[in-house]
Design a protein around this ligand. Structure first.
Ligand code: KG4
Ligand code: ZN
Length: 336
């Protein structure tokens, strides 16, 4: 008999469902919430309401496309956290109710662990151990991965996530939300060395991205005092220089981590890993340092349920199940 896992993701502003059959992803359905664009960022209450509206149609679509009935599902995997509490509650409540009604196991999944395991959705899959630079709107981590479910955060941001730095600086440039992809596009036409922005360096393998956001804001303010059209006239170079600085900061610590851990299998994950500059730089560094690199497909970088279903599958195989009594509060650590 096949093992069929329904994966549900609702941690932020994507309502997503995916079906995984014997470890293979059959489909990956995502409803993106465009309502947040006009606010320049995710509004938690609006996100929860949009999840409520989208969750049943998204799950029905995933099951219908896979030609699978609710009764055929072996277990339901859902994002337990981290994420927005009201948003998480929509996914977890559906998962718990369905698991109870169908009398099947419930599998709570850590969202950041799932971003790492997105590498096991399709070939080529990394060999253990590998390091994963997990970069999203809420997190920036260097993770040492020793098996499907054994992973350790060996470095992380002490304040803002790198995606937040992309989004907030994009807001200062007035290019809209989410800012990461907009900066990425503008940067392709710009000079990365035009404006050298300061980089903060904190001890060990940790990051700090709050300083660059402030430096960027004051730099724009000072330049605009001299020239009101400074942003419009330099938009591509500003985007390219900012992106260059953020990528450089990410790679300084990643290189330190590869030396410290003596690991040359390197993966990237999370929404910011969709950045074309970061992907290109990873390939260049791989050639220089003899790394073997793993870059997921775009659709598996940003939030999706295929990664939740895949993680749920590995947890299911190990007998790691949850219960209806599990807290709706996000799990902050993913050590198994
Ligand atoms: O993983 P994700 O979809 O959601 C979270 O778990 O946070 O990541 C969203 C983040 C946002 O900050 C968004 O601006 C950023 O990923 N992002 C990008 C790109 N595409 C998405 N940042 C830079 N370049 C991109 N192409
Ligand atoms: Zn994410």
């Amino acid at each position: 008999m096949s093992t069929i896992i329904l994966g549900i993701e609702s941690s932020c502003d994507e309502t997503a469902a995916a079906v995984c059959k014997d470890g293979q992803i059959i489909n990956n359905i995502i409803a993106t919430q465009s309502i947040h664009e006009s606010y320049g960022g995710v509004v938690p209450e609006l996100a929860s309401r949009a999840h409520q509206k989208n969750i049943i149609p998204v799950i029905n679509e995933a099951l219908d496309l896979a030609d699978i009935s609710m009764q055929e599902i072996s277990a339901i995997a859902y994002t337990q956290g981290p994420g927005l509490l009201g948003a998480l509650l929509v996914g977890s409540s559906f998962a718990k109710a369905a698991a109870l009604a169908l009398n099947i196991p419930l599998i709570p999944v850590n969202h950041m662990q799932a971003h790492v395991l997105a590498h096991f959705i399709e070939d080529p899959k990394p060999e253990f151990p590998f390091l994963c630079l997990t970069v999203s709107g809420g997190h920036t981590q260097i993770v040492k991965v020793t098996s499907y479910l054994e992973m350790e955060v060996i470095g992380q941001t002490k304040d803002d996530a790198v995606g937040e730095a992309f989004d907030k600086c994009a807001k200062l440039l007035g290019v809209g939300y989410p800012g990461g992809p907009k900066i990425d596009k503008l940067a392709q036409q710009g000079d990365p060395n035009k404006f050298p922005f300061p980089q903060s360096d904190i001890p060990d393998l940790d990051y700090s991205f709050s300083g660059i956001k402030t430096a960027f804001m004051y730099f724009l303010r000072d330049q605009q005092k001299k020239n009101q059209n400074f942003i419009e006239e330099n938009i591509n170079d500003l985007a390219a220089s900012l992106q260059f600085t953020l990528i450089d900061m990410l790679f300084k610590k990643l290189k330190k981590a590869t030396k410290k851990e003596k690991i040359k299998n390197i993966a990237i994950a999370g929404g910011v890993s969709a950045n074309s500059g970061l992907r290109k730089h990873l390939q260049e560094e791989a050639k220089k340092y003899g790394w073997e690199v793993f870059i997921p497909k775009f659709e598996y970088c940003t939030d999706n349920a295929a990664m939740i279903a895949t993680t749920g599958y590995y947890q299911f195989l190990e007998g790691k199940k949850g219960s209806l009594r599990d807290s709706p509060l996000p799990r902050m650590s993913f050590s198994s």
